[in-house]
Design a protein around this ligand. Structure first.
Ligand code: AMP
Length: 143
């Protein structure tokens, strides 16, 4: 089949390079995590590799392992910080898999008793809310 290639101009590549702002939660030399600006649920965040991977279909195992370790760490921290009662992890690969930004990302979506997820594409109006949630999650991480 034909392989889709990585596009260095995607929005998450720009966040990694510091060309676009993000409400960052965690960063090391291989992985970055930040708040999703259209949260499906309060505390929704994204974990991405710094390496140039389009999605789970092309990432190397070493970088994938670094990313998934951070997914676990932040699933625990965000659930606790947000007083959530569950966590939904999502990863979409290629447009037909539901992917819209073509740099690998895992969604961490804290969930609450009786609360369905928000509809997609609802942009946050108040960035201070995202910032307060980010601070709570960072405090839980001890960073
Ligand atoms: P998908 O590729 O379907 O997993 O969707 C991309 C996700 O990235 C959506 O949840 C968007 O809300 C989120 N998103 C898009 N642009 C930004 C941005 N600049 N900062 C943070 N999250 C974003």
């Amino acid at each position: 089949g034909f392989e889709m290639s990585y596009d260095e101009k995607n929005i998450f590549a720009k966040i990694i390079r510091g060309e676009l702002p993000a409400e960052k939660i965690f960063e090391n030399d291989k992985v970055l995590a930040f708040m999703d600006i259209m949260p499906r649920s309060p505390g929704h965040l994204l974990v991405i590799p710094k390496s140039s991977a389009r999605n789970i279909l092309d990432i190397d195992d070493e970088n994938l392992c670094e990313v998934i370790k951070v997914v676990k760490k932040l699933a625990i921290a965000s659930k606790k910080a947000m007083n959530a009662t569950g966590v939904t992890i999502q990863q979409f690969s290629e447009a037909d898999g539901g992917q819209e930004v073509f740099h690998l990302h895992f969604h961490i979506i804290p969930r609450y008793t009786g609360k369905p997820m928000n509809r997609p594409g609802q942009m946050v109006k108040d960035m201070t809310v995202l910032s307060m949630q980010a601070n709570k999650i960072k405090a839980e991480l001890g960073v």
